[in-house]
Write a protein that binds this ligand. Structure first.
Ligand SMILES: NC(=O)c1ccc[n+]([C@@H]2O[C@H](COP(=O)([O-])OP(=O)(O)OC[C@H]3O[C@@H](n4cnc5c(N)ncnc54)[C@H](OP(=O)(O)O)[C@@H]3O)[C@@H](O)[C@H]2O)c1
Ligand SMILES: *[C@@H]1O[C@H](CO)[C@@H](O)[C@H](O)[C@H]1NC(C)=O
Length: 345
């Protein structure tokens, strides 16, 4: 077992080296090898008990851990997740791409934000998905939800991540060692996404976020805003319904991306609204934030007031929060297919 791990980690670094030294090399060639590695049960690649590993076990199916560890389970996963008119995306067809850090900044006292330039033109993702994050020299693979929109990737070849400090090798690396021009590799995964097609029926969205759980929901919010802009400009395309974001964090400095969120609310006041909650605020809230902030947790009642037949619910936050709201919605007879959640474990 330990020799297997050793063998594994050395071939993994070799692979990474290959990617990083030849970014234009088509990864298709390499994927089978990588998949073999990843699907072997003992791999260190799928992080240990990994509450961090690929954060999501969405859409009512939480039967496999770690992810991708067993192809039978994987198939079950893909089938089990009917994802709201979405077509499943198989991790086996996902591209592993080299990526270079092209921006890094503190988003809050505990969260660092990264922009990555993605090398492979075949790399793509759907709003809400995560990336496996391969770091040269670090044997544990990170799993981080993408918070940028698919459009930023199309237009600028960039994705954005926001990672909370934790005692976990990939997070530690991001907080302590990662610099501009650091090179990593990324691969998309996850069944928690919003990807409506032009002719799909218009839906309202209710997004419920806790802490760093804002990441995939911000991607969905940004994507919906892009779709709405298209519709306004071209008069065709998917018709976005209303979107309501409920977002709870400890305090106003831990409310990530608040300015980006408020900018979208102000750009599309008829479409997008938000309710920001703080639960451990110890200082005065600034006058410009005040109108959007409620002190105390998001309540069941607020959510219930948004239930309708046309509404899809996306939930991402600490597991007790996710459980609580998905149960509440089920108890209120929202069909399971309209409740999508992503949980850390
Ligand atoms: N992927 C990552 O980047 C990462 C990093 C570290 C940890 N994690 C995992 O991600 C989870 C969230 O991390 P975080 O530190 O960002 O969250 P957090 O700061 O602990 O919580 C975020 C917000 O969710 C609220 N909340 C918690 N439980 C709730 C419930 N049952 N009902 C309603 N609101 C609830 C909290 O309110 P209260 O203050 O009242 O609890 C707080 O306002 C953790 O459970 C951890 O396992 C993920
Ligand atoms: C919010 O909490 C963090 C960590 O607990 C702290 O560093 C920060 O100063 C707090 N910010 C505000 C505005 O209270």
């Amino acid at each position: 077992m330990s020799s297997l791990l050793l063998l594994f980690s050395s071939s993994c670094s070799l692979l990474l080296l290959l990617f990083l030294s030849a970014p234009c090399l088509k990864v298709l060639v390499l994927i089978p090898t990588l998949e073999q590695l990843i699907s072997s049960k003992e791999t260190a690649l799928t992080s240990e008990k990994g509450r961090w590993m690929s954060s999501c076990y969405p859409c009512h199916v939480q039967i496999f851990s770690p992810p991708y560890s067993d192809s039978k389970k994987l198939i079950y996963h893909l089938k089990g997740c009917q994802g709201l008119g979405n077509k499943g995306s198989s991790p086996f067809t996902s591209v592993v791409s080299a990526a270079k850090v092209c921006g890094a900044a503190a988003e809050s006292p505990s969260v660092k934000r990264l922009h990555l330039l993605v090398a492979d033109k075949d790399f793509s993702f759907k709003a809400g998905q995560w990336v496996d994050f391969f770091i040269p020299g670090v044997s544990v693979v990170g799993g981080f939800s993408i918070c940028s929109s698919p459009r930023l990737l199309k237009q600028e070849r960039m994705i954005e991540l926001a990672v909370k400090y934790a005692n976990h090798p990939p997070a530690l690396w991001i907080h302590n060692q990662c610099t501009l021009d650091s090179e990593v590799a990324v691969r998309v995964g996850g069944e928690f996404f919003f990807d409506p097609q032009p002719a799909d029926a218009s839906r309202n969205l209710v997004l419920i976020a806790g802490g760093v759980g804002i990441n995939p929901l911000l991607s969905i919010l940004r994507h919906a805003a892009d779709l709405h802009r298209d519709r306004v400009n071209k008069g065709s395309g998917y018709e976005v319904g209303t979107i309501k974001l409920f977002y709870s964090a400890k305090n106003t400095s831990e409310l990530l991306f608040k300015q980006n969120i408020l900018d979208l609310v102000n750009e599309f006041p008829e479409k997008i609204a938000c309710s920001l909650h703080v639960t451990k605020q110890t200082t005065q809230i600034s006058a410009e934030l005040q109108p959007y902030i409620t002190e105390g947790r998001i309540t069941e009642k607020e959510i219930r007031d948004h239930i309708s037949k046309e509404t899809l619910f996306y939930i991402c936050g600490p597991p007790p929060m996710t459980d609580f709201f998905s149960k509440q919605l089920e108890n209120s007879h929202v069909p399971k297919e309209h409740i999508c959640f992503e949980k850390w474990w």
